[in-house]
Design a protein around this ligand. Structure first.
Ligand code: PEP
Ligand code: CO
Length: 455
């Protein structure tokens, strides 16, 4: 690696151990793919990242709630407008239920337009009776179960950029171009959701919102002039895993001279790559985007404080979101020491809960799934623990889709174990479907309402 590749504030990261990196077979091909990324326009802009940081700062102060979610892994295969629109509908529905139910502004962050790289616990996996290289996400290799498909191909980084640009273009159009207008609140209820109990409950909320809007109009308020009612901010995020890709899209802001990773508004460091002495922490310390860090039950208070010092040296509200993923059984005992350590060190972080990644199970037939009840149990434990530590439970991090999949078990209109295979479509981890997501939003709004009363 020549010095020319290095970003000044990040000198040093290429010499540090980087976990979970692709083994590109051809380094010249890697360099040429990264050079192509460096020549591309940024996907997001520094000013947008700063706006998001401002919204997250409100969540850090206990005055907003962060809804982050989307696919475990996005795909390169035929993502049409319908799937993206369905996902946005789910985000808008969940956000309106949370805003209305908990009387809180909701910061909306998608796992979208760049969520293409997956860390794996083993470099190979057994499929049938052969061992194949693991699937690392479409940014690295293909999911088809052949040795050829599983080869790591650096040109995929350029395809990930292209796919992200297409997705982001549609997301910007949908969120700003009328579709997210509050007067269309009924239209976000998709047919297969509307017929369920939570769909009907949503219809009621939507009708109450409409009545409130008519009331405001009758009072003489000109709603047409209130921009917040007609468009929303949906920010993008993904796990910053493959450092070649992230480095290729990092740009210097011409106004401030600061570096931003322009692949997404917010990047998070995963559970498997958050070593304080590792390359990921050093790389992301050098960019000004809002950052997330996943924390599993093995995270120690000391290691967390070290990470916070590195990633948030100026104690900037909204810079850091700590995403606990402890598992329903562990959250109540594992979280308090971390909350205390971060508070004592004075970092104004957002505390968020990922109730998905430590609640995975396998069915007898070998399918990866998660129980809705375990997900809710972890969320309840998270909110209760934050409450007893006098910390605002500032966000949730979920894997969901707007489609009618059968990947997670349970929910009010329960998905049963023998139904899982009917529409099991995920490339990686099981996602909540749109009905289960809405159900979760209603229950979470109630938990937060209790919390707001308590505060
Ligand atoms: C993920 O968010 O898909 C993921 C791999 O999470 P974690 O790093 O928490 O395991
Ligand atoms: Co996942």
């Amino acid at each position: 690696m020549t010095d020319q590749r290095l970003i000044p504030e990040q000198l040093g990261w290429p010499d540090l151990p980087a976990a979970q990196q692709p083994s590109w077979p051809d380094l010249a091909a890697r360099d040429s793919a990264v050079a192509r990324l460096r020549g591309m326009p940024p996907l997001v802009f520094a000013g947008e990242c700063d706006l998001l940081r401002g919204q997250l700062a409100e969540a850090a102060r206990g005055r907003a709630f962060v809804l982050q979610g989307g696919d475990c892994a996005e795909t390169f295969d035929g993502v049409g407008a319908d799937a993206i629109r369905a996902k946005l509908k789910t985000v808008l529905q969940m956000a309106i239920v949370l805003t209305y139910g908990a009387s809180m502004p909701v910061v909306k962050v998608g796992r979208i337009a760049g969520q293409f790289a997956k860390p794996r616990s083993a470099t190979t996996e057994r499929i049938g009776d052969i061992d194949l290289p693991s699937f690392y996400g479409h940014l690295v290799n293909d999911d088809a179960p052949t040795a050829e498909a599983r080869e790591h191909d650096p040109l995929r980084m350029v395809r990930a950029y292209d796919q992200s640009a297409r997705t982001l273009n549609l997301l910007r159009a949908f969120s700003k171009g009328g579709f997210a207008d509050i007067t269309r609140v009924h239209e976000w209820n998709q047919e297969f959701v509307a017929t369920s109990a939570e769909g009907r409950r949503y219809e009621q909320v939507a009708s109450e919102i409409e009545r409130a809007l008519r009331f405001m109009t009758a009072c003489g308020i000109d709603l047409a002039r209130e921009a917040q009612l007609h468009q929303v901010d949906v920010w993008t995020s993904h796990e910053g895993l493959v450092l070649d890709y992230e480095e290729g899209l990092t740009r210097r802001d011409s106004l401030t001279g600061d570096w931003y990773d322009c692949s997404a508004h917010m990047l998070w460091i995963g559970e498997r790559t958050r070593q304080p002495q590792g390359a990921h922490a050093a790389f992301f310390a050098g960019v000004h985007n809002p950052l997330g860090v996943k924390l599993g039950p093995s995270a120690s208070p000391q290691e967390l404080v070290e990470l916070c010092a590195l990633l948030d040296p100026h104690r900037t509200p909204g810079r850091l979101t700590l995403i606990a993923r402890m598992g329903a059984a562990r959250v109540r005992e594992a979280l308090p020491p971390l909350l205390q350590a971060v508070r004592d060190a004075g970092h104004p972080v957002v505390w968020s809960c990922d109730p998905m990644h430590a609640n995975g199970i396998r069915t007898a037939s070998g399918l990866k799934t998660r129980r809705f009840d375990a997900i809710m149990d972890e969320l309840e434990g998270f909110v209760a623990t934050c409450r007893s530590e006098d910390t605002w439970p500032g966000g949730v991090h979920l894997e969901f889709t707007g489609e009618d999949v059968t990947e997670c078990l349970g929910g009010a209109e329960a998905v049963l174990e023998d139904q899982l295979e009917t529409r099991y479509m995920t490339l990686c981890d099981p996602r909540l479907n749109a009905r289960q997501s809405l159900d979760l939003a209603f229950r979470l709004a109630e938990l937060l309402r209790g919390d707001a009363r308590h505060r």
